[in-house]
Design a protein around this ligand. Structure first.
Ligand SMILES: NC(=O)C1=CN([C@@H]2O[C@H](COP(=O)(O)OP(=O)(O)OC[C@H]3O[C@@H](n4cnc5c(N)ncnc54)[C@H](O)[C@@H]3O)[C@@H](O)[C@H]2O)C=CC1
Ligand SMILES: O=C(O)[C@@H]1CCC=N1
Length: 268
């Protein structure tokens, strides 16, 4: 299902989505991008072959607008594009925290809005995007938005009340794994391994573990038990992880991310 799509705001997430759409075979002629910075616009056009236009032109041209500016910049962007929208335009926001109500209050009555929360794994077509439709978005609109994100990974439709939690878990999720990789690599260095070798061992354990989780459909507890030999090494490590409250720390961290997502709507 292709249609004319414009990506407004081409920082890390906007450009990742643009690149992903092109990789999946979305025609460049069916895409537009916008950028606030002139030199970035020229580089973007050269990198992707997608016309970079201004926000108002993009808004009046596209069937679907993907809004990928920071939550704090969204109000100004909406004020700029609202007069250029046609009643059929679908708006898809990837901004953390901003509710569909935030958009509906600032846009012409009846504008369909879909709230989406992807993660940076869209760069390698393994993205996870959580979608919720606003008051004027039909299942067709949600599916149309979903087609964009399915071209770069997987999608899940959830009630909007679950979006802040999903943002904390999968929008920010890759960062937690990178943090873990960083910490484990430091542990390897502490134990005397050269950093490059430690890094390789940790990355391969992470990828191997992730593929096992995805492909065996086994519960993570069972997978962990299979690594944990009686009186062996793993159980000694597990005791330390529990003693240092790592499980509780992760819960508290993800709860803090959820709370920040809730705050963003109020403060933008
Ligand atoms: N980075 C990530 O992993 C994820 C980010 N998001 C969301 O994506 C949005 C963008 O985040 P990032 O890409 O990380 O930030 P970023 O700062 O890299 O990109 C934002 C871009 O928007 C541009 N911009 C701001 N106002 C504009 C305007 N009026 N017209 C055109 N361009 C404008 C900025 O120049 C910048 O290039 C945020 O709302 C964030 O919550 C969502 C999921 C994951
Ligand atoms: O940190 C952020 O606010 C964005 C949204 C989810 C991931 N990155």
């Amino acid at each position: 299902m292709t249609c004319d799509v414009a990506v407004l705001g081409t920082g890390k997430m906007g450009e990742a989505l643009l690149g992903g759409l092109l990789r999946s075979g979305w025609p460049a002629s069916g895409l537009r991008a916008t950028s606030r910075r002139k030199e970035h616009a020229a580089a973007l056009e050269a990198r992707h072959g997608v016309p970079v236009v201004d926000n108002q032109e993009a808004a009046s041209w596209a069937d679907v607008l993907v809004l990928a500016v920071k939550p704090q910049d969204m109000g100004a962007l909406l004020a700029e594009i609202a007069p250029a929208l046609t009643p059929a335009t679908l708006l898809v926001s990837v901004a953390a925290g901003l509710t569909t109500g935030f958009f509906e209050e600032r846009l012409p009555a009846g504008t369909p809005v879909v709230r989406a929360m992807p993660n940076t794994a869209v760069l390698v077509d393994e993205g996870m995007t959580v979608l919720s439709g606003g008051a004027h978005a039909s299942p067709y609109h949600v599916d149309r938005a979903g087609a964009i994100f399915r071209s770069v990974g997987h999608t899940l439709v959830v009630p909007e009340s679950q979006q802040d939690a999903a943002t904390a878990l999968s929008g920010s999720g890759p960062a937690y794994f990178y943090f873990l990789v960083e910490a484990m690599t430091d542990a390897g260095v502490l134990l005397g391994l050269p950093r490059d070798k430690a890094h390789e061992l940790v990355v391969r354990s992470a990828v191997g573990g992730a593929v096992m989780l995805r492909d065996t459909a086994e519960h993570p507890v069972r997978l962990r038990e299979a690594v944990t030999s009686p009186a062996g090494t793993t159980v000694s490590a597990m005791r330390e992880l529990e003693r240092h409250g790592v499980r509780a720390a992760l819960m508290a961290a993800i709860e803090a991310a959820r709370d920040r997502s809730r705050e963003l709507s109020a403060s933008s």
